[in-house]
Write a protein that binds this ligand. Structure first.
Ligand SMILES: Cc1cc2nc3c(=O)[nH]c(=O)nc-3n(C[C@H](O)[C@H](O)[C@H](O)COP(=O)(O)OP(=O)(O)OC[C@H]3O[C@@H](n4cnc5c(N)ncnc54)[C@H](O)[C@@H]3O)c2cc1C
Length: 403
């Protein structure tokens, strides 16, 4: 028989849900974590592991850089402390990240962003030329003109981080319910008092938190987080080639890449054909054309790696929001919070779990301001999302909307 009543219920066992649940439990709350599949089965278990503090190019203004860094800088400090905190090696390695330019135009855009970064005091980046890139990463060839290098970016092991958070919380008394799907929220007038699941009802009198990211809208339609499918491909093991976490635009769409501890290289991005609706974005198919596309992209991006095979491919979904910031905080419904809308979660989710826990525990007080992440900031807008979209289409749409 399930226990039914808790202080808090967290829906979603990715690292956002696990982090939120961990910090609430650590502070003494009686917490239930409810996950429809298994811990880390969503995007958290499908990602490339990159930790990139400040992604993006054209859309970055001074204000946005300051806001993003206020969260992602703090996140990095949290990642540094998690091995001790969780008694688990999350494999956070600071081997740098590269934003690679294949053309002079791209290089100019990157350099402009860097100027603004310097103005904000963000000086951990430098622009490096082709020779230096090949020195630090021999996989690159001669088809690029330079790159932004951030020294203290790197990668993390998302499985270890998510399970580390979940198990540490469990040791402190948190209850985990896997294979338990939340079907709907239970309301008592304008208060959310619990959830109805395919394993019965659960109740919480201090907080119910939606941390389902790409699935958020299926639980509560009115908050604008939409799913977007991303692919991942991994190669066989190679003699260690230290490909830093990389973002690049080798064509009309963005890709990410990184190398793993044992020499496998990971690459990914948008699918070949545009998913047509929300179900398509949440599906896990990978097509032959996807393999072909990423084979070509791989050869173009790292021409000095000869003769390599992909050994596995997968798909997952992230959550996009209209202004590219996640929704973290209270909603207009009493007792109901959202922690979702993450695209590059390794730099956001762990700290947003901690910040939301602080918000709930300390009556709205947090280590750094999170008002700009308030879920109600969209309440007076309606959004016409593009009908068929991929990551790049959404990214461009958002950049345009933000002006
Ligand atoms: C292929 C790919 C590569 C990526 N690479 C990177 C990268 O290199 N760096 C980076 O920073 N980010 C990357 N990301 C993004 C990152 O993985 C996500 O931003 C992050 O994992 C979001 O974490 P989350 O916990 O919010 O969501 P998720 O990990 O998706 O967790 C949500 C959970 O909610 C559960 N759930 C949904 N609905 C219900 C329900 N009704 N009841 C119960 N449970 C439910 C799901 O099963 C899921 O486990 C990548 C994503 C993908 C897909």
């Amino acid at each position: 028989m399930y226990k039914k009543n808790f202080d808090a219920i967290v829906i979603g066992g990715g690292y956002t849900g696990c982090s939120t649940a961990y910090f609430l439990t650590k502070a003494g709350m009686d917490v239930a974590l409810i996950e429809m599949n298994s811990i880390c089965s969503g995007a958290s278990g499908r990602n490339g592991g990159q930790v990139i503090q400040l992604e993006g190019r054209e859309e970055l203004t001074k204000e946005k850089i300051i806001k993003r860094n206020s969260i992602t800088g703090l996140n990095k400090r949290l990642l540094e402390s998690l091995n001790n905190e969780l008694e688990c090696d999350i494999e956070f390695i600071k081997n740098g990240s590269l934003d690679v330019a294949f053309t002079e135009e791209e290089a100019d855009i990157i350099k402009k962003v860097m100027e603004i970064q310097y103005e904000t005091g963000d000086k951990g980046v430098e622009f490096i030329g082709p020779d230096r890139i090949k020195d630090i990463c021999p996989a690159y060839g001669d088809n690029f003109v330079g790159a932004k290098l951030r020294h203290d970016d790197g990668s993390v092991n998302p499985f270890k981080m998510t399970h580390g958070l979940a198990f540490a919380a469990q040791r402190k008394g948190m209850k985990i319910y896997t294979r338990t799907k939340v079907l709907s929220l239970i309301f008592k007038s304008s208060k959310v008092i619990g959830v109805k699941t395919d394993n019965g009802e659960f109740f919480a009198d201090k907080a119910v938190i939606n941390a389902t990211n790409a699935w958020s809208k299926l639980l509560i339609e009115e908050y604008p987080i939409i799913p977007c499918k991303i692919l991942g491909f991994v190669t066989e093991q190679l003699p260690i080639i230290p490909i830093q976490s990389v973002e690049a635009y080798p064509g009309e769409f963005a890709i990410y890449g990184s190398s793993q501890k044992h020499g496998n290289i990971l690459i990914g991005g948008a699918p070949y054909s545009y998913p047509k609706n929300m179900e398509d974005h949440l599906s896990q198919d990978v097509s032959f054309m996807d393999f072909k596309r990423y084979g070509d992209v791989f050869k173009f991006t790292w021409p000095n790696v000869k003769e390599v095979s992909f050994i596995r491919a997968w798909a997952g979904a992230v959550g996009f929001t209209p202004d590219s910031y996640p929704l973290v905080g209270p909603t207009k419904y009493d007792n109901f919070y959202i922690n979702g809308g993450f695209t590059n979660g390794n730099s956001w989710c762990p700290i947003c779990g901690k910040l939301l826990a602080e918000y709930i525990l300390k009556g709205g007080k947090t280590t750094v301001p999170i008002d700009f992440l308030n879920p109600e900031r969209f309440s007076i807008h309606t959004f016409e999302w593009p009908k068929e979209y991929n990551y790049t289409v959404l990214h461009n749409y958002i950049t345009q909307m933000m002006g």
